[in-house]
Design a protein around this ligand. Structure first.
Ligand SMILES: [Zn+2]
Length: 286
């Protein structure tokens, strides 16, 4: 299957009756819920039973994604890009939408102390959006120094290199923890446990990163009435993300660390895997 779900490009041809014109610059929302199933009718479109998500293997047959010269999508998936935005920035509307959906699980951010574990693209976009939403303090952990520097440049107040600092978040835990909110964006079990330990009573953990497996001491959560929620993809947040990007309220240009021509795709993947050098690496098919 063809991968790729963070997509921007130019309209090559529009079907009759579609209000988009040839040559128009658009960002593509990879999410296409059916609109008719029980989940869609109940307003849970991101949980659509017949979701066609570009570049996703969840459905059979799999849905091809954006790593190609041309793709056909529904007109509703094509969002015009404001002139102020580059293709590179507009393609980040997708991960920004993921993060807006995660923020929506957390409620009011004003004045809250936030821990974000994982300084990958999702963690970094969460930093920017938490800052925008009024968080009082934002602390970020990662196992590498390079992405933590980007986290500081993106608006974090404090970073902890848990790869080189065995104390980790210990200074932020204790009986009552220090954080109102923990966004887990690393998919790492130890990071999830760190964050849960660092939450104040009534604190909330929002799971965004996938893949963590943990053994959980439930009593440590009950004694502080800790809440855990999860966040999966997004729905209408895509348009909101593109609006924030276009209005200059969400700055992401520094997160695109390289753009390589599609012919150098293998090199691009190698570069993307090197987290000491890369945040987002994009492929250019033009
Ligand atoms: Zn549906």
């Amino acid at each position: 299957m063809v991968l790729g779900h963070e997509i921007s490009g130019t309209i090559a041809a529009a079907a009759e009756g579609v209000s988009l014109s040839t040559g128009q610059r658009v960002a593509i929302n990879p999410s296409l819920p059916c609109g008719e199933c029980e989940k869609c009718r109940e307003g849970m479109r991101n949980h659509c039973s017949n979701m066609q998500f570009l570049g996703s293997a969840m459905r059979s047959p799999h849905v091809d994604g954006g790593f190609r010269d041309f793709l056909v999508c529904d007109a509703a998936q094509a969002f015009p890009i404001p002139d102020s935005l580059s293709f590179a920035e507009a393609a980040l509307a997708e991960p920004a939408a993921v993060c807006l959906h995660a923020l929506a699980q957390a409620g009011d951010l004003v004045g809250r102390a936030v821990l974000i574990t994982g300084a990958g693209p999702i963690g970094l976009l969460l930093v920017a959006l938490c800052r925008m939403a009024g968080a009082a303090r934002i602390v970020v952990t990662d196992r590498l120094e390079a992405p933590l520097k980007v986290a500081l440049a993106t608006g974090a107040d404090h970073v902890i290199d848990v790869g080189n600092n065995s104390a980790g978040v210990d200074g932020w835990t204790g009986m009552h923890g220090r954080f109102d909110l923990h966004f887990e964006a690393s998919g790492s079990g130890p990071a999830l446990l760190d964050g849960l330990a660092a939450l104040r009573p009534k604190g909330l953990c929002v799971l965004v990163g996938q893949g963590a497996e943990i053994t959980l001491q439930v009593s440590s959560l009950i004694s502080r009435e800790i809440e855990i929620r999860s966040s999966f993809r997004f729905d209408r947040e895509f348009g909101t993300a593109l609006f924030y990007l276009g209005a200059g309220r969400l700055q992401v240009a520094h997160l695109v660390t390289a753009t390589l021509p599609a012919a150098q795709a293998n090199a691009a993947f190698d570069l993307a895997l090197d987290k000491t050098k890369s945040v987002k690496v994009q492929l250019d098919f033009s």
